[in-house]
Design a protein around this ligand. Structure first.
Ligand code: DOR
Ligand code: ZN
Length: 348
């Protein structure tokens, strides 16, 4: 069986920097025409100038013959000015601004400590139509980790949409039924991304036969009923939901550790993993719009021209990939996948 799709995009990707970025960017370029690149580097990419420099480094690291377009984002801080937002828009290379609650995840220390501090920036974004990408988890240690997304929606996101009703918002990596319901019930300026790993795994995967650090990510995997809600959203055909892998490379040593880092690496087989999830749901016919149309439409960008082919053909995922002198353990390491991406990287 073969599936031909218009070339897809990844609307949420971590590429890191330097040698690590050079080691992984080829995987995404082979899968996707474009990707929204997360700004949680150290130091955080809080200015347009920094984002544009990073873009140049990504382009320079691309394997020869690839046509991959990095779509840059700014890292929102308590001090992001309206002028910085205007500069971002004028650059035409910055396509969104990312909100990390301070301390919520990897390199989120420089994130937002109180949403009120960001109103000048958010008002400018609303006026310019620049989307806000939200890591929707409260950081309050009193809140159970499995409830942090639902509580964020209640405490922060719902009031924010009341205050700035025309602000374009993407609820990133939705992990709960509450997240799906919030997006579904909102106006068209509110959308959500879904990762392959949250579509394929529930929280049992964290503890299958022992502690599984390679399945630890943020927001953390949830119960099966939530995974079912995500699958329904992804396969519903609703233009509000689109693909964002949140592929997040960490060296093996940082994952297999007494205090392991959050993140799954899925860029090596992103479309194969989404195809598996959509096939399980009996909805392969909904994959193309989810992967290739809805995100571009939401961001106001043209849909891609080229095509990719996914073939039902078993292959074994390597145990590791090289990562700047270390090892990277990908999702499904050493296991067999049933779909294989066939089209070369530069197909368009
Ligand atoms: O699991 C995650 N990893 N979640 C995030 O929000 C950040 C990401 C990373 O950068 O490693
Ligand atoms: Zn992310």
């Amino acid at each position: 069986m073969r599936l031909t799709l218009k070339r897809p995009d990844d609307w949420h990707l971590h590429l890191r920097d330097g040698a690590a970025m050079a080691a992984v960017v080829g995987h995404s370029a082979a899968q996707f025409a474009r990707a929204i690149i997360m700004p949680n580097l150290k130091p955080a990419l809080a200015t347009t100038a920094a984002a544009l420099d990073y873009r140049r480094r990504i382009l320079a690291a691309l394997p020869a013959d690839t046509a991959f377009e990095p779509l840059m984002t700014l890292y929102l801080t308590d001090n992001t000015s309206a002028a910085e937002i205007h500069a971002a828009r004028e650059s035409a290379q910055v396509h969104a601004v990312k909100l990390y609650p301070a301390g919520a995840t990897t390199n989120a220390d420089a994130g937002v400590s109180a949403i009120e501090n960001t109103y000048p920036a958010l008002e400018a974004m609303q006026a310019l139509g620049l989307p806000l990408l939200v890591h929707a988890e409260v950081t309050d240690p009193q809140v159970d980790i499995f409830d942090r997304e639902a509580v964020f929606i209640e405490r922060i996101l719902a009031p924010l949409t009341q205050r700035l009703p025309a602000l374009k918002i993407v609820l990133e990596h939705i992990t709960t039924r509450q997240g799906v319901e919030f997006v579904s019930a909102s106006a068209d300026n509110i959308a959500g991304t879904l990762t392959a790993h949250h579509l394929l795994l529930n929280r049992n995967a964290l503890f299958a036969g022992g502690l599984r650090p390679h399945h630890y990510c943020l927001p953390v995997l949830k119960r099966e009923q939530h995974r079912q809600a995500l699958l329904e959203a992804a396969t519903s055909g609703s233009a509000k939901f689109f693909l964002g892998t949140d592929s997040a490379p960490h060296p093996r040593s940082a994952k297999e550790s007494a205090c392991g880092c959050a993140g799954l690496y899925t860029a090596h087989a992103a479309m194969e993993l989404y195809a598996e999830a959509f096939e399980q749901a009996g909805a392969l016919d909904k994959l193309e719009a989810f992967a290739s149309f809805h995100g571009a439409d939401f961001y106001g960008l043209p849909r891609n021209q080229g095509e990719i082919v996914l073939e039902k053909s078993a292959w074994q995922v390597p145990d590791t990939y090289p990562l700047a002198g270390e090892e990277l353990v990908p999702m499904r390491a050493g296991e067999t996948l049933s779909w294989k991406l066939r089209t070369p990287a530069h197909a368009d």
